[in-house]
Design a binder for this molecule. Structure first.
Ligand code: SAM
Ligand code: PRE
Length: 246
């Protein structure tokens, strides 16, 4: 059973900044499905990427895991000895539901769900790191440091999956894709009021980058290869690779 997102269907007198609180966590599966074009494809394909990249006796990190959708997709798709998935989120409401959600399914690979800030956790022995629509919620000046830490925590041959809402260097394309995203939300039953109230709440807390900016940061962190593997309108996912042992 998923609850329908009607959080912003009535006018809100004082719109504050966006937070991942109890009310958002309660409707999150419906909200993200109706807000992010391609979300369920990305979740399924993260499982396929896991099948290819997860190494024995290594860690998988799901950073900003929310309710654990990417973690579950990874876990469903790997049969690797000695592997552990570490799912991290700093929203207590998300973490509590994530633990229940993960425990509802049986599987061999252990999952540790940690309530913590992803800017502060140590990363080690990783073969796969997932940042599925999370980096965009860090302040832009903090993004490089996290990517550096991820690169250093990855084993040779490891990969980072980085999904984001993108901005575009070409203003006309940017406007088209922004409008297509709004069409997508309308087609999924969101009203103009819901769309504009959410947009204004996200304005200060979700600052998007272009694919070019992401690539430059990934290169700077040390990743030898990075490319977009999925895109729908202004949402997409990149994969960045750390070279294997020579
Ligand atoms: C859009 S959601 C991610 C969706 C999720 N990865 C999925 O695939 O369903 C962003 C998540 O990042 C978390 N988050 C944002 N900043 C964080 C931080 N500094 N440390 C830990 N979690 C953070 C939020 O609490 C939220 O649950
Ligand atoms: O840009 C928007 O309108 C969004 O709704 C995006 C977005 C996201 O990309 O994380 C923002 C918050 C919610 O977690 C779901 C989707």
């Amino acid at each position: 059973m998923t609850n329908r997102d009607t959080l912003f269907s009535a006018p809100v007198a004082k719109l504050g900044d966006w937070t991942f609180d109890e009310r958002v966590a309660e409707v999150f599966p419906d909200m993200i499905q109706r807000s992010v074009p391609g979300y369920s494809n990305i979740i399924s394909m993260i499982g396929m990427l896991a099948e290819r990249f997860v190494q024995p006796d290594s860690h998988v990190y799901d950073l900003g895991c929310s309710l654990g959708a990417a973690t579950l997709s990874v876990r469903r798709n790997i049969q690797v000895p000695g592997c552990k998935i570490i799912a991290v989120d700093n929203s207590p409401a998300m973490v509590e539901r994530c633990r229940r959600h993960i425990d509802a399914f049986r599987a061999d690979t252990p999952v540790e769900v940690i309530e913590a800030d992803i800017r502060q956790i140590p990363l080690e022995n990783a073969s796969l790191v997932v940042l599925n629509f999370t980096l965009q919620f860090l302040a832009p000046e903090e993004r490089q440091q996290l990517l550096n830490t991820i690169y250093q925590g990855l084993k040779p041959g490891g990969a980072l999956v980085l999904s984001e809402k993108f901005s575009f260097e070409d203003a006309d394309v940017g406007e088209l894709l922004f409008n297509m995203h709004h069409d997508f939300k309308r087609a999924n039953g969101y009203s103009e009021l819901e769309i504009s109230q959410k947009r204004s709440m996200l304005e200060n807390v979700m600052l998007t980058d272009s694919v070019e900016t992401h690539k430059a940061r990934l290169r700077q962190a040390g990743f030898q290869h990075a490319e977009v593997w999925f895109q729908c309108f202004n949402f997409g996912s990149m994969v960045a690779l750390k070279a294997g042992d020579a």
